[in-house]
Design a protein around this ligand. Structure first.
Ligand code: SAM
Length: 254
């Protein structure tokens, strides 16, 4: 697959130095390792090596949905890939799934959900703040998945319009207030997930889930350590992300 004008390209120098660029004719990308002329990659296959004018090697690869997510404009705190992976697996989202989500925020989770439910599924994403929705729309356009998302400038607490959905996923300040609405919107056997930075939010949400016919309540967090692999000094990196959020999952039964 070759790189055409207008395509997104991830230009990699090393693990920490990488840029998401649009392939444009005549465009020069400046780095501290020299300038890269994007004309040198247009028409070449993804994976192509290109030399800067200082003779350093860069690689032009196809960005994954995760690369696109990490380079999105952020209007709000986003859910990170390590947590999104678990949300996808625990909610059973697959191509064709119909998923309700709130709030949209910057659209990071939305973009990955859309990538999984496409082409026949849909993400119905509620966000009560229009300014965030505008940024999310741009991010979803940029990641090429807007067609699979219905963005709704609505407070989810005023009601979930969709019925018989496969999953309801909440990343909002007061998820416990939406638990009953989620129950009513889900199919039997449908999945509930909420993502909250504090234990107090988790406790309130779990209490509400227990009042409804939800089973298999599970709360967890995901801690990831990167490992520096080097002959004779392989060990975890010194710095790490300590905490992002807790995830609570539950299954609707009748
Ligand atoms: C942390 S952000 C969501 C980030 C998003 N998951 C992402 O990955 O980009 C939380 C969002 O929930 C929205 N929100 C809070 N309460 C809401 C409600 N009742 N209905 C709809 N959106 C709500 C906020 O405006 C905010 O944009």
């Amino acid at each position: 697959m070759s790189i055409n004008v207008g395509d997104y390209v991830l230009l990699i120098y090393d693990r920490k130095r990488r840029w998401l660029l649009k392939a444009e004719e005549g465009k020069i990308h400046h780095t501290h390792k020299g300038m890269v002329n994007l004309d040198d990659i247009i028409g070449k296959p993804y994976g192509t090596m290109v030399l800067s004018n200082l003779n350093h090697k860069f690689y032009a690869v196809k960005p994954t949905p995760m690369d696109l997510l990490l380079k999105m404009q952020r209007a709000t705190q986003i859910i990170y890939p390590k947590d999104i992976g678990l949300i996808l697996l625990n909610t059973g989202v697959v191509p064709g799934s119909r998923v309700v989500e709130a709030g949209t925020g910057s659209g990071a989770l939305t973009s990955i959900l859309a990538n999984y439910v496409k082409p026949s599924g849909r993400v119905y994403s509620y966000e009560n703040r229009e300014e965030f929705l505008k940024i999310a729309r741009k991010n979803l356009e940029k990641t090429g998945v807007l067609d699979y998302v219905e963005l709704k400038n609505k407070d989810i607490l005023e009601g979930i319009e969709e019925k018989q959905v496969d999953a309801v996923i909440l990343d909002m300040a007061t998820p416990w207030l939406a638990v009953k609405l989620a129950y009513d919107a889900l199919i039997a056997g449908g999945h509930f997930a909420s993502y909250s930075p504090t234990i107090e939010q988790v406790q309130k949400t779990v209490k509400e889930l227990e009042k409804q016919n939800f089973i298999d309540l599970t709360t967890l967090e995901c801690i990831v350590r990167y490992i520096n692999v080097e002959e004779g000094k392989t060990r975890p990196e010194t710095r790490m992300i300590g905490h992002t959020g807790y995830m609570t999952f539950a299954l609707k039964v009748l």
